[in-house]
Design a protein around this ligand. Structure first.
Ligand code: ADP
Ligand code: MG
Length: 357
C-alpha cells in the first residue's frame, strides 16, 4: 500500500518554477530518497509533503487521502531538519514532549511516549541536558526523537546529517538505517550526497532543475542510469558523445565525433535507432589498463598516462587517448613502475560494462 503519492506537482515562487510536474509513489515502510544538486527543488518537494508549502498545481496524497486542504499539523508526518530546530531554552525531555503537550495528551501518556522516543535514539541519559550541552550527533538524535514521539506514518528528513562531520555522518547513517528497520516506518529523505542516498535507500528519485530524472533502486541508478546527468551525478563516469552506427542482435556500435568506435552489449528494451545521437557511459572501475595491446584488440584504446593519484584504497589514473579524449580509470593497485608519459598504455572494458544513454 502507498503512503505518499505525488501527482504532477508544481511549485512556482514569484514566477520562478522550482518544481515541475513531479510524480512518484512511496510504499509503506520504504526508505525513499530525493537526491540532486543544490537548488533543484528537493526541499520544496519535501515541504509540500509536510504541508509547509502548497502546490501551485497537482496533488499530494498521504495514505490515499488528498492533502491539498490539510494543514501541516493534521498530516500524519513529521519533519527532521538539518538545523535540528531544537528549542535552546528547553531541556531535551521538554523539547521532545513539546508537540505532545500542544496536543493536550495526558501526563502519563506524555511521560511514556517521551521516554520511549528517547530510548529509541539512545538518549535517555541526556533527558535533562540543554541543546547547547550536546554534540551535533546528539542534537540530531534528539531531533529524531522529537519527530518519532508523534508516531507519524511518514518521517520526512531534510539533509538530516548534513551538519555532521564525515565520520559522525557515517555512524549516524548506520543508526538511521537501523532505526528505519526497527520501526518499519516510511522515511522520505532529501540529500545532495549520492553516497548517503545509495547506502540508505530502497529507492532514489534523482532530481534536476525541478524535474525527476530517474526513480530506481540504488544499484539500478548506478549501473543503469537513464540519462547523462544521472550517470555523471552518481559517482564518477566517462561520457562519450557519438551516434549509433549499427545495431545487431547482441550489441550496438557507437562512433564518437573523434572517430572512436565503442561496442556495447545490447541493453534490454533498447529504444534508439541507427543514426541517433547517444552518450555512452563507462565507469572508471570497469576499465582495465595494460602496457600490452590485448590479443583480441577489438575494443582497446591506446593512450598515454597523464596523471596518477594514490587514494589509499585505490589508484586514480587519467589517460589521454590517441583520439584526444580523456579517460578516468580506477584500479585497486598501482603499477610497480609507473609508465612514463611517452609509453603507450591500453585501456579496455567489457561490452556489458558500457551503458548507452
Ligand atoms: P534544494 O533543496 O534542492 O536545494 P529548494 O527546494 O530549496 O532546492 O529550492 C529550489 C528553488 O526554489 C531554488 O531556486 C530556490 O531559490 C527557490 N525557492 C525555494 N524556496 C523559496 C521561497 N520560499 N521563495 C522563493 N524561492 C524559493
Ligand atoms: Mg534543500
Amino acid at each position: 500500500s502507498l503512503d505518499v503519492e505525488l501527482r504532477k506537482v508544481f511549485k512556482v515562487f514569484n514566477g520562478e518554477t522550482a518544481v515541475r510536474g513531479v510524480e512518484f509513489d512511496i510504499c509503506r515502510g520504504e526508505f525513499f530518497s530525493i537526491l540532486g544538486p543544490s537548488g533543484c527543488g528537493k526541499t520544496t518537494t519535501l515541504r509540500m509533503i509536510a504541508g509547509f508549502e502548497t502546490p501551485s498545481a497537482g496533488e499530494v496524497l498521504i495514505r490515499g487521502e488528498s492533502m491539498n486542504h490539510v494543514p501541516p499539523y493534521q498530516r500524519p508526518v513529521n519533519t527532521v531538519f538539518q538545523s535540528y530546530a531544537l528549542f535552546n531554552h528547553l531541556r531535551v525531555w521538554d523539547n521532545v514532549a513539546f508537540g505532545l503537550r500542544i496536543k493536550r495528551l495526558g501526563r502519563a501518556e506524555v511521560q511514556a511516549r517521551v521516554d520511549e522516543a528517547l530510548a529509541l535514539v539512545k538518549m535517555e541519559a541526556f533527558a535533562s541536558r540543554y541543546p547547547s550541552q550536546m554534540s551535533g550527533g546528539q542534537r540530531q538524535r534528539v531531533a529524531l526523537a522529537r519527530a518519532l514521539v508523534n508516531r507519524p506514518a511518514v518521517v520526512l528528513l531534510d539533509e538530516p546529517l548534513g551538519a555532521l562531520d564525515l565520520k559522525l555522518r557515517k555512524q549516524m547513517q548506520v543508526e538511521l538505517s537501523n532505526l528505519h528497520q526497527d520501526l518499519g516506518l516510511t522515511f522520505v529523505m532529501v540529500t545532495h550526497d549520492q553516497e548517503e542516498a545509495l547506502s540508505l535507500s530502497d529507492r532514489i528519485a534523482v532530481m534536476k532543475d525541478g524535474r525527476i530524472e530517474q526513480i530506481d533502486s540504488p544499484d539500478r541508478i548506478y549501473e543503469q542510469p537513464s540519462t547523462p546527468f544521472v550517470a555523471d551525478f552518481i559517482g564518477d563516469t566517462n561520457l562519450f558523445e557519438g551516434h549509433l552506427e549499427a545495431i545487431d542482435p547482441t550489441s550496438v556500435l557507437v562512433r564518437t565525433a573523434s572517430g572512436v568506435k565503442i561496442v556495447i552489449a545490447l541493453p534490454d528494451s533498447f529504444q534508439a535507432e541507427v543514426g541517433d545521437k547517444v552518450v555512452v557511459s563507462v565507469r572508471p572501475e570497469k576499465i582495465d589498463l595494460s602496457l600490452y595491446r590485448p590479443e583480441d584488440a577489438v575494443d582497446c584504446y591506446e593512450g598515454r598516462l597523464e596523471h596518477s593519484m594514490y587514494l589509499g584504497t585505490h589508484m586514480h589514473y587519467t589517460l589521454k587517448l590517441l583520439s584526444g579524449e580523456y579517460l578516468t580509470v580506477r584500479q585497486p593497485n598501482t603499477w610497480a613502475n609507473l609508465p612514463d608519459r611517452h609509453t603507450p598504455v591500453y585501456a579496455s572494458w567489457m561490452a556489458k560494462d558500457g551503458v548507452v544513454l
